[in-house]
Write a protein that binds this ligand. Sequence first.
Ligand code: DQA
Length: 158
Amino acid sequence: MDLKNNKMKILLIHGPNLHLLGKREPDIYGSATLSTINSELKKISIKNNITLTSFQSNSEGDIVEKITKTKYDLLIINPAAYTHTSVAIRDALLSIKKPSIEVHLSNIHKREDFRKKSLISDIVIGTISGFGKLSYELALTAAISYLKNNKSKRETKS
Ligand code: DQA
């Protein structure tokens, strides 16, 4: 929660090579650039009174730092290639005790065998995979709905 303005905060992390979206294998990942995706998500967040911060890094250590040292209510993450290899990112997610959602542009289960295994799928709320840039919009919609639901549950309890 952003205490200054009472808004819920979502952190969106894009892993390695996603800075190349638009140019990178467009037949698999689509033609939208990362900045287009980020700005469309920002608009949806503003409409829903949510603060969205986007971060892209090609470095596993920087992603771990961002996950563990930033304040937010919910994390949306496309760990990209680290999905399939990074115990460090899995451990970071386990350490934060915040709800998180996994996103992929492509359907990782329809691709090479090494992409079928995600090291985080079993510790996130859910995974959205295979809808191109719409995957991100679906993840954000799910995140907003989750936060609103949980907020009203917290309010009913108190
Ligand atoms: C990806 C799928 C990964 O296997 C791949 O390494 C990526 C992108 C996706 O969004 O479809 O970089 O996470």
